[in-house]
Design a protein around this ligand. Structure first.
Ligand code: SAH
Ligand code: SF4
Ligand code: F3S
Length: 451
């Protein structure tokens, strides 16, 4: 029998990248490759990169340095680079490091088979509208939860953000394609889908985002629908109503606030102020009392004063998010904020980030503790690798619950667990037999740290 060819895939960044890697894996399978976790045994290595912050970019360049050495020992290896750094660097990728054999942007994944066979360096980084209608065979390793792309790119040009330059203009996938994909996932046993895009609630592939949620709610077999990321400016009452009414929509919204200061939000070009933001959160909580709201915060945006920072801390205390991700502001190429005067000193950024995280930690822990004693429905996500009786479940509110059971549970099975102990980062539960759970499970929370 002919030996399989081995490919190693390495992914940084957001869920868009994670899903692109699933599509790359699907294409490679069709080309006769098996995947390996070990780069040293692969003959093809594809790096799916992120440039959201400088740190993410550094990680890629240092890994590429290691691969360039590896290639000296194994000169037959082919190295491809995709994702946001590939898009940003375009044709220059090969000049930056000669070890790279080809590069392609996220809109050109379908060109991978051709790139694999090219003899000299090739880059495919042009805009490509075909991305919204080309259905690529994603190879998902989880048989229960699936990522489904509904839109690509971003038109918002927040002044700190590189994404509009790396992912191009916003394009929505036609809703028929999305429903077909989700129907086929349901037929294959998937129970939960996460709709992904840079700004999912500005979706317009033939219907509104709220309407799309209603269509998905009718797909037989799908029990849970999540979506990420929502932009506060597009978070409409129509969407809140759909979320409150629909059987499948999970009670979790990730709604990045970025700052609690309206002055800074204007400098960020976010197109909402703090009052509008909190008003939307309150409306959401009114419609869905146990909803879990999480957020992203940037510490030390150019021009951010002590007073602006204080407003962010006050906002965290006023809103009481279930969890946040917080980041130090990082200068990105092409962005307006990179050229702004008043860049904040690194040590001030670090100090503010620490204050933000410490403030939120207390809130997250308090909200988690409030769940002790409550009964929550979880979907069984899998079992621990070390202890066969230790299981992992996930709540509608996207919280991980650890629990034990001697039964051989099926993944994708829904169970009720009582929360016996809550920590800042996890919940510990016990299985409750014979108790039926109402639709209104209490909002679990998750804790944030810097991604
Ligand atoms: N489309 C999403 C976010 C995508 S990026 C949205 O608009 O909310 C994820 C998060 O990274 C952002 O919410 C922001 O908090 C953070 N981020 C983006 N650019 C950044 C930068 N230059 N420095 C620090 N954090 C940044
Ligand atoms: Fe970046 Fe803003 Fe677009 Fe989000 S909405 S991807 S933060 S430009
Ligand atoms: Fe990173 Fe690009 Fe996603 S910059 S966060 S991989 S869109």
């Amino acid at each position: 029998m002919q030996e399989k060819r081995l490919a190693h895939l390495h992914t940084w960044g957001c869920q868009m990248n994670a899903h692109d890697t699933e599509k790359i894996a699907g294409i490679l399978k069709g080309q006769g490759y098996d995947l390996t976790a070990d780069p040293e045994s692969a003959e093809l290595i594809i790096l799916n990169t992120c440039s959201i912050r400088e740190k993410a970019q550094h990680k890629f360049y240092s890994y590429l340095g290691y691969l360039a050495h590896l290639k000296k020992r194994r000169p037959f290896i082919k190295i491809g680079v995709t994702g946001c750094i590939a898009q940003q660097e375009g044709d220059h990728m090969h000049e930056l490091n000669k070890a790279v054999d080809f590069s392609f942007g996220s809109q050109n994944i379908m060109k991978l088979p051709d790139l694999l066979h090219s003899e000299s360096f090739q880059a495919a980084v042009e805009d490509n509208d075909a991305i919204v209608t080309t259905d690529l065979p994603a190879q998902r390793d989880n048989g229960v939860r699936a990522l489904v792309a509904i839109m690509y790119g971003c038109n918002n040009f927040c002044s700190y953000c590189v994404v509009p330059y790396t992912r191009g203009r916003e394009r929505s996938r036609p809703y028929e394609n999305i429903i077909n994909e989700i129907t086929s996932l349901a037929t294959n046993g998937y129970k939960e889908v996460t709709l992904i895009g840079q700004n999912v609630n500005s979706y317009n592939g033939g219907c509104s985002f709220a309407r799309l949620l209603r269509l998905i709610d009718n797909v037989e077999g799908i029990r849970r629908v999540r979506f990420i990321t929502s932009h506060p400016k597009d978070f409409t009452d129509e969407l809140i109503l759909a979320m409150a009414e629909l059987r499948t929509v999970c009670r979790h919204v990730h709604l990045p606030m970025q700052s609690g200061s309206s002055r800074v939000l204007a400098l960020m070009n976010r197109r909402y102020d703090y009052e509008t933001y909190i008003d939307k959160v309150r409306r959401l909580q009114l419609a869905i009392p146990d909803v879990c709201v999480t957020s992203d915060i940037i510490a030390g945006f150019p021009g951010e004063s002590d007073d602006d920072h204080e407003q962010t801390i006050n906002a965290l205390n006023e809103i009481e998010f279930d969890g946040i991700f917080a980041f130090k502001y990082s200068k990105r190429p092409n962005t307006k904020a990179a050229l702004m005067d008043d860049q904040v000193d690194e040590d001030v950024k670090s100090q503010r980030l620490q204050e933000i995280l410490s403030c939120q930690d207390v809130i997250t822990e308090r909200k988690n503790k409030a769940l002790e004693g409550s009964i929550i429905e979880v979907i069984v996500d899998g079992r621990s690798e070390t202890d066969p009786n230790a299981w992992i479940g996930r709540t509608s509110t996207n919280k991980i619950v650890n629990f034990s059971s001697n039964d051989d549970l099926q993944s994708a099975q829904f169970l009720n667990v009582r929360i016996v102990k809550a920590y800042r980062h996890t919940l510990e539960g016990e299985v409750v037999a014979g108790v039926s759970c109402s639709n209104k499970e209490p909002g679990a929370s998750w804790s944030g740290k810097e991604r």
